[in-house]
Ligand binder design. Structure first.
Ligand SMILES: [Zn+2]
Length: 107
């Protein structure tokens, strides 16, 4: 018979790995970017991810660089520099934002 055991996942479905220890998941949920309580760009109706690219004809083979950044409809340009991150990494959202507005429109 295979062994049966319980694992716990984040209730905000953020994709973090599941854990056997429920306390670890509860601690994660407290600071999870997908928890509306933390008022991040991810759960905000103003938050948006923008994809951009740039050709580099000055380099051999003219490579194209791609990147993504977060934009805020409320505070356009203001925090773009901060939110920009290099390709392939998490794009770090603002947390505890004073301009945060729920996507569901219930705040
Ligand atoms: Zn989470």
């Amino acid at each position: 018979m295979p062994i049966e055991y319980k694992i716990y996942g984040c209730q905000f479905m953020c994709g973090t790995r599941h854990r056997k220890n429920i306390k670890e998941i509860q601690e994660h949920e407290e600071k999870c970017w997908y928890n509306p309580k933390n008022k991040t760009c991810i759960t905000c109706s103003y938050g948006k991810i923008v994809s951009d690219f740039c050709d580099h004809p000055e380099m051999e083979g003219c490579p194209t660089e791609y990147w993504k950044y977060r934009e805020c409809h409320e505070e356009s340009n203001l925090e773009m520099e901060f939110k920009q991150n290099s390709f392939g990494q998490n794009i770090i959202p603002i947390t505890d934002c004073s301009k945060w507005k729920s996507k569901k429109g219930d705040n």
